[in-house]
Design a protein around this ligand. Structure first.
Ligand code: CMC
Length: 422
């Protein structure tokens, strides 16, 4: 059977056979065979913007794999830093490679003192930590002007290392700034997540010892967020990167995209929603209001998953371990009941709306004492290796600058009218 589709232009009666490549239409062939016919696809629901070898997502079957490895296996056996290496390099590291990678990441966690003293202190007392993150990540590019030499692979990997190392420091600093606490410097004797927890929570104790269950749970959550192919923020990263901006500026763009409640901000929105529902009794009325189009069930639905998000299942399984240490989050019962009702309701079933990763992560973060406005910051830490892997892949592919078409629907030509005559 030929791998092609035949398209007839009913205006002229002409038919052309358009070849399929990997099951889709190659835009170059389309352009050659059907010149002048655009694809109008706002939101890119049927447009593949890249060929990528990083993450495989089969939304219909609820499958997620990084470089071929199932997310379930990585969450169970790997660590966040190993997953970072895998995403960036394509293969799991050997022991020597891993030791050297961990050493490099651990020893680049400090940031320039001006960043803390002059930059962070300039934020208003109630600045949202994500606003600080967007600015601080962009600000880092001014400390590393060589980052713009994006054609040099070694240089690219130095900047990648810096971003992965320093993002937890920036994140913890954003939190400490927002609560008026003194900044805690990184501790190179600790693991990636333990060090982050130390920078977040340490007060006067000489050494901060994170609870191993909580450090492990956070590490797993970072793994689950590490990549998700061409989502909104990764697309932002690739689009900004396609203009050959330096990786700090591109990552700031990606962080800004993640800030939105439809994307990384959804876990925070879930907690607001659960608080608003307040009790079991209010769940049916809430579900009815969602069905009437008065709002969305936050943490439900996904552009790509039309089955249960595999990450949500892993998070749900980890929640119990975390709650054994922290105490049960009282909102969990409302979430479980909401899920049960939604999964048996035709509105949600017919639209393939299932819990996504954000439905349960907020509950865990809240139980671990993270304030709600830090939830998306944690997502930023997790997604950084994914963004950087895509940025690097796009540069190595010598991709073209991103520049979609538009269909103009505005006024036809008209003449300028001086202000006094309008
Ligand atoms: N609650 C109620 N109805 C929904 C929801 C929801 N959460 N999500 C989608 N729908 C309905 C929507 O109203 C529409 O119905 P109809 O066909 O009658 O108009 C239908 O389902 C399709 O929705 P859509 O807006 O075309 O779907 P989308 O692919 O553009 O949106 C989404 C995907 C994630 C933005 C959306 O499902 C949503 O807003 N969910 C809530 C926010 C959320 O949890 N976001 C986190 C996403 S996962 C983390 C990440 O990867 O960033």
């Amino acid at each position: 059977m030929p791998e092609s589709v035949t398209i007839t232009d009913n205006r002229t009666g002409e038919s052309v056979e358009v070849p399929l490549v990997n099951g889709g239409i190659d835009a170059k062939a389309w352009k050659r065979l059907l010149p002048g016919i655009w694809m109008l696809d706002p939101g890119f629901s049927i447009t593949a913007s890249a060929e990528s070898a990083i993450t495989e997502l089969d939304g219909g079957n609820g499958i997620l794999r990084y470089r071929g490895y199932p997310i379930e296996e990585l969450a169970e056996h790997s660590t966040f830093l190993e997953v970072c290496y895998l995403l960036l390099n394509g293969e799991l590291p050997g022991e020597t490679q891993f030791d050297s990678w961990v050493h490099d990441i651990t020893h680049h966690t400090f940031i320039h003192e001006n960043m803390r003293r002059r930059f962070y202190e300039g934020f208003h007392y109630d600045a949202h930590p994500m606003g600080m993150m967007v600015s601080a990540i962009a600000g880092l590019s001014t400390f590393y002007p060589e980052a713009k030499n994006i054609d040099d692979r070694d240089n690219r990997f130095i900047q990648i290392n810096r971003l992965i190392s320093k993002v937890p420091t920036l994140a913890a600093m954003a939190y400490r700034t927002s609560v008026g606490m003194p900044f805690v410097y990184p501790d190179n004797t600790l693991s990636y997540t333990e060090n982050f927890l130390s920078m977040m929570w340490r007060i006067a104790e000489p050494n901060y010892e994170a609870d191993p269950v909580l450090a492990k749970a956070l590490d797993v959550l970072l793994i689950l967020h590490a990549d998700h192919e061409q989502n909104c923020s990764t697309t932002a990263m690739r689009v900004v990167g396609s203009a050959h901006a330096d990786p700090f500026s591109a990552a700031a763009g990606a962080t800004a995209a993640l800030y939105g409640p439809r994307h990384g901000g959804a876990n925070e929105a879930v907690i607001h929603m659960l608080n608003e529902i307040g009790s079991y009794d209010n769940i049916p009325a809430f579900i009815e209001s969602v069905k009437a189009g008065e709002g969305r069930l936050m943490g439900f639905g996904h552009r790509v998953y039309k089955a249960y998000d595999p990450r949500a299942r892993i998070v749900k399984n980890h929640a119990d371990e975390v709650f054994k240490v922290t105490g049960r989050n009282p909102l969990l019962d409302i979430a479980l009941k909401l899920e049960e009702i939604a999964l048996s309701d035709d509105y949600f079933k017919s639209r393939n709306l299932y819990p996504n990763v954000d439905f349960y992560t907020g509950l865990i973060y809240q139980a671990m004492n993270f304030p709600m406005d830090m939830f998306t910051v944690l997502f930023t830490m997790g997604r950084m290796p994914g963004w950087l892997s895509h940025w690097n892949e796009a540069i190595e592919q010598e991709s073209r600058i991103s520049r979609p078409r538009q269909v103009y629907v505005g006024p036809a030509e008209r003449s300028y009218v001086p202000i006094g005559q309008r």
